[in-house]
Design a protein around this ligand. Structure first.
Ligand SMILES: Cc1cc2nc3c(=O)[nH]c(=O)nc-3n(C[C@H](O)[C@H](O)[C@H](O)COP(=O)(O)OP(=O)(O)OC[C@H]3O[C@@H](n4cnc5c(N)ncnc54)[C@H](O)[C@@H]3O)c2cc1C
Length: 686
């Protein structure tokens, strides 16, 4: 008996307990359905501008496929995940030729490498980003020629850097950080201190285990006067021993909701003396006779410039949250084509059910919209990256900042909702870690918060729009090409039939009207609140809900729709059939946005118009659902990058899933705590 069981176990290990003798053809059958599209054309256009960068990174992943396969690492410890991430970074980054010179020539390449890594694993993507963007770009944007050596060492990975802005007591309100850097004229040094426990730098990526260098943000005090937040580049660990430097206390922030492989840490300083050159002194200097000077007299403006090192990080979120959303949709749509439940004698794929299409297709449409705004940010990126260095106060930089802010928030939110819905759409098997959703959701969750908390960062977009509008009251023309639609007495475009919801120009004019509507409403409310509260900060905060936040969102979605339309027009020129299929995705995006509008704008539709919108959403979900497997084939990341047991392009869901389960440690083992089961049996003596 025992011998027989052992034999069975050995057999299970070698052959697998689940014997799939027939290949599942359900996904291929779904591929035959719907309208024909030019998959290669859609793929190439969707992957712009990163096709080459991604190919390089993904080919490198293929070389060590196991190292990038999440299914194999679901049981890793916190320390194990950190080690694995370091191995991933060591395998990819040095081969990508990301040097100071190559990035000066084409800054976008860095984003390509980082988001390529992040598309598979946000842990390694972020650990690289913290160093290459937050640390290096803070030093580069705020430092001077004498700091070039530090930057080049960092590109060569001789140093590993972090960026310490957030503290235990202050996050979004960076201007109020408590860490101080006090100038000591006698030695021409700066003395860094954490004057209170809440001044501890907190959450700082790479501090926990990796970084030996830090760009830290402190209040600069010269001769007893606080000149506001400035950045300093300082060593935090000894280069040889990797131990904290005297005057620095550091540690790891512990277990988190996800991203365990990132070594977020805390930093405390006690009379830590660093030479004057630690001050990143592009905008402020202390003269040899000990006087503070800055050509930017306004303290607030100076503070704004201190944050320019964040911009690439925000752009990376704009990009990578779209990639994560796409991965979730790829898994859920492929699974839905394979999974069959109900439907009579021959069961139907769950992707056939209207309710399933209604749950998934609007997210697919939003992912397309996010891909469009991602492309816009990337088109602008190189020019703005250089302007941040040469002319940081240029209106083009402010405009870019406003665009990135709204898309950082929108894409993160789209992703979080989409990933959760995809998880639920795959129900039980979606709950398995081998499906991939748990990791995607936990990873994307951080996008809500870091690099500017979404609800705070999005306010910067509406602030910019209202500033431009207020400028027009003083006779200043609107420069930004993205705000040319502003017209304060705008009237709603005539909405006389349902077919208009499949008319791009009309939809754009409706979205323009919607944004103008929120501008007018926000201005009126702001004025009203200004009278009620006197303090303009209170009035501003009182005008966020239903007004300024909605204004920023409506602006972001207008830009997405315009970019989407350009994409569809271009696609249609090259292949009308493909253009038509993707036009439907665009109409679905627009009508779904209108249908979801929960605040005041919805009142601008009468009951019949609201019904047209809802019906159009249903119809388009159905049409797009029929084409969705092919659409996903065109835009999906390679299987080894997604690394999901249930979302593979070969459609062998059950085989891959059971294989993952069987290969997991302990699948067939008895519990190591078997004695406790025996104890339990004896616990109650009847
Ligand atoms: C995984 C991870 C990694 C990180 N890595 C780094 C790093 O490397 N370096 C670094 O410096 N920081 C890092 N951070 C910190 C991150 O940047 C901050 O968490 C973020 O800026 C938000 O600050 P906070 O958490 O203190 O939230 P708070 O600013 O305290 O916000 C708390 C809540 O209050 C709301 N709120 C705040 N102000 C307003 C307002 N004016 N109006 C309306 N609502 C408001 C916010 O919306 C939020 O919901 C990291 C964080 C995480 C989670």
């Amino acid at each position: 008996m025992v011998k027989g069981r052992r034999l069975h176990l050995i057999n299970s290990h070698i052959l697998g307990a689940f014997n799939f003798d027939k290949k599942c053809t359900a996904l291929d059958e779904y591929r035959e359905r719907g309208r024909q599209i030019n998959i290669k054309l859609l793929h190439d256009k969707f992957y712009e501008p990163f096709a080459e960068d991604y190919k390089q990174v993904w080919d490198l992943m293929k070389e060590k496929e196991d190292l990038f396969n999440h299914v194999l690492y679901a049981d890793l410890s916190r320390e194990g995940l950190k080690e694995r991430s370091q191995r991933q970074i060591n395998h990819i980054v040095p081969k990508c030729n990301v040097t100071y010179e190559s990035i000066q020539e084409n800054p976008l390449r860095k984003l390509g490498m980082l988001t390529g890594i992040g598309s598979n694993d946000l842990i390694s993507g972020t650990r690289s980003l913290v160093h290459f963007c937050l640390y290096i770009e803070t030093v580069q944007n705020l430092g001077t020629a004498k700091h070039l050596g530090i930057i080049k060492r960092a590109y060569a990975l001789k140093d590993y850097g972090c960026c310490g802005m957030t503290e235990l007591g202050h996050g979004s309100n960076v201007a109020k950080v408590e860490t101080t850097a006090t100038y000591d004229h006698s030695s021409r040094e700066l003395v860094i201190n954490s004057p209170t426990p809440t001044a501890a730098k907190w959450w700082i990526g790479a501090v926990g285990k990796t970084a030996n260098m830090a760009a830290i943000f402190c209040q600069l005090i010269v001769d007893g006067t606080n000149h506001g937040v400035h950045a300093f580049v300082v060593p935090i660990r000894d280069y040889e021993t990797h131990k904290p430097i005297n005057g620095v206390t550091l540690g790891d922030c512990g277990h988190k909701s996800g991203l365990q492989g990132i070594d977020n840490g805390f930093l405390l300083f006690k009379n830590y003396r660093v030479p004057y050159d630690a001050l990143l002194d592009k905008y402020s200097q202390i003269s040899p006779d000990g006087k503070f000077k800055s050509h930017i007299k306004n303290k607030e403006k100076r503070f704004g410039l201190m944050l320019t090192g964040l911009i690439t990080g925000r752009c990376s979120i704009v990009i990578v949250s779209e990639l994560h959303t796409r991965n979730a949709l790829t898994i859920a749509i492929r699974y839905a084509a394979v999974r069959k439940q109900f439907g009579g004698e021959i069961e139907r794929p769950i992707l056939d059910y209207p309710v399933h299409r209604f749950r998934l297709m609007p997210h697919l449409a939003k992912d397309f919209a996010a891909n469009m705004s991602m492309k816009l940010i990337c088109r602008l990126y190189n020019g703005r990256f250089r302007l941040i260095d040469s002319e940081p106060e240029s209106p083009d930089v402010t405009e870019f900042h406003a665009l990135v802010s709204v898309f950082k928030a929108l894409h993160g939110w789209y992703g979080q909702k989409a990933i959760q819905e995809c998880r639920e759409c795959c129900a039980g098997h979606g709950f398995s870690s081998y499906a991939g959703f748990a990791k995607l959701r936990a990873d994307n969750d951080a996008h809500m918060t870091w690099e500017g908390e979404n609800w705070v960062v999005i306010q910067q977009t509406s602030r910019w729009i209202l500033k431009v509008v207020q400028g027009t009251f003083k006779g200043h023309p609107i420069r930004s090409p993205y705000l040319q639609f502003i017209y304060l007495n705008a009237t709603k475009p005539r909405f006389s039939n349902k077919e208009q919801l499949k008319h791009a120009e009309w939809l754009i004019s409706l979205f323009e009207y919607r944004c103008n509507y929120y501008i007018t409403e926000s201005l009126n409310k702001l004025q009203e609140n200004g009278r009620s509260y006197q303090d303009m900060t209170v009035a501003w905060n009182r005008t966020q809900v239903h007004y300024l936040i909605d204004l920023a969102k409506s602006f972001g979605e207008l830009i997405q729709l315009k970019e989407f339309n350009n994409f569809v027009n271009d696609l249609t020129k090259k292949c009308p059939a493909t253009g038509q299929v993707i036009a439907n995705v665009m109409y679905l995006f627009a009508s779904h946005v209108l249908d979801q509008e929960t605040s005041s704008f919805k009142n601008t539709f009468d009951a019949e118009q609201a019904k047209w919108i809802a019906e159009t959403v249903d119809e388009l979900c159905d049409e797009v659902g029929e084409d969705s497997v092919k659409i996903i084939d065109a835009i999906a990341l390679p299987d080894h990058v997604i690394a999901s047991a249930i979302g593979h392009s070969d459609g062998q869901v059950y085989q891959r899933y059971t294989q993952a389960v069987e290969n997991a440690p302990g699948c067939f083992d008895p519990p190591s705590w078997l004695n406790l089961i025996h104890e339990t049996r004896k616990a109650i003596n009847l």
